[in-house]
Unconditional design. Sequence first.
Length: 455
Amino acid sequence: MSKRPPRGRLGRVVRLGGLTSRVSSSYLGQRIAGAFQDPERRERALRRLHLQNAERMVETMGTLKGAAMKLGQSLSMIADGLDLPEDVAHILARLNDRAPPVPFETIRASIEASLEAPLDALFARFDPEPLGTASLAQAHAAWLPDGRAVVVKVLHDGIEATVDADLAALRAMFLTGRVLRRDRSEMEAILDELRDRLHEELDYYREAAHIAFFHRAFAEVEGVTVPSTVPALCSDRVLTMDRVPGRPLRDFLGTASEEARQRAGVLLVSTFYDMLFRVRALHADPHTGNYLFTRDGGLGIVDFGCVKRFDPWFIGDYARLGLAVLDGDRAEAMRVCRRMGILASEDPASEAVLWRFARTITEPLRVAEYACGAPDDDVLERLRRQVPDVLAHPDIRSPAELVFLHRTLGGVFGILRRLRHRYGYASLFRERAEHAVAVADGRIPDTAPDFPEAI
């Protein structure tokens, strides 16, 4: 039986505080020891320490689940931008695969209590083996009396009580532990954004509304499948939805034809840009397990707990910024950056650093065809080398609105690299970005569908 994560605030704060102390102390000790080591030995010792601390993070965050594990998942998703060694990124990526499973009897009891009926009366068949266990919930395959295949997602028992405690501990770690040398107000806004999204992920009525919204928004898009829910079998803790056809990315890559890979990549990018610039609601959990692929390259999207919505003016400015960078209009790009709060000064040095970073990150959009994952696809490596320069300029900031947007963008790009996708992405971006600008300016009607608040 799996070790049960501590629910109490004190127990979880102690675990996270102990992790922070061990990691900080280990680096301090190596810094002292490194003064007496030759460069090669110092580099080997530091590499071993990175691996040891990554293992500590995976063990602690994986056991705690909740907000703690969500943070670990986010770290693994942005590992390239943190200049982490490849081995460390692989260790952190284990948090994206599975958490320790919850015993079936606990799942059964949760479903029966929440839906107020015996499991056998609700489902014709229910697989006791989970499809997957994530940081906040566990999913099982089931079948309705009419034969309809569904997935049933169940919140971990007591998880609601852990989130605020975890966030309080993590907030202290970031703001007082000097984990990130950023402006305090910037970090406060980012942590508030994380808190809001986490609380939304605990609201299954809200997630059901998200699913219904995206199901309607993409119902007519050929090759893209979003499930629909079974409202009678949904509650605040249980979510029942259609089982989406397709296989996980790893299985798809093992047998997919080149044509299927390319089609999957186009659907992935088009859907991302449509969500961002036309629908203005983004599926913001780009875990590879949340995308399924059919044999011919069709795309299925699941898990809509984390959704980021945007107003038309923010997205209009974001689109203007991208278009200005593509067109080489540095002055316009910097004006938009200042308006969005990305650049908080008139410092020419900061402007130069930001412009170089923006030109690098948009390189896949500035060539006739970009080959993701090819030997010369070095965008991430060059961005990694530029990160220290960006961090050295505290007037270059990341508004909270960008946190989940860029997390999703990074996840999509990571999948494209694994697909070895080749395409002229500029046309996909420009068409949708120009639409967003025209909506923000009031030159064309806003066609974004109304966002529902509940099923």
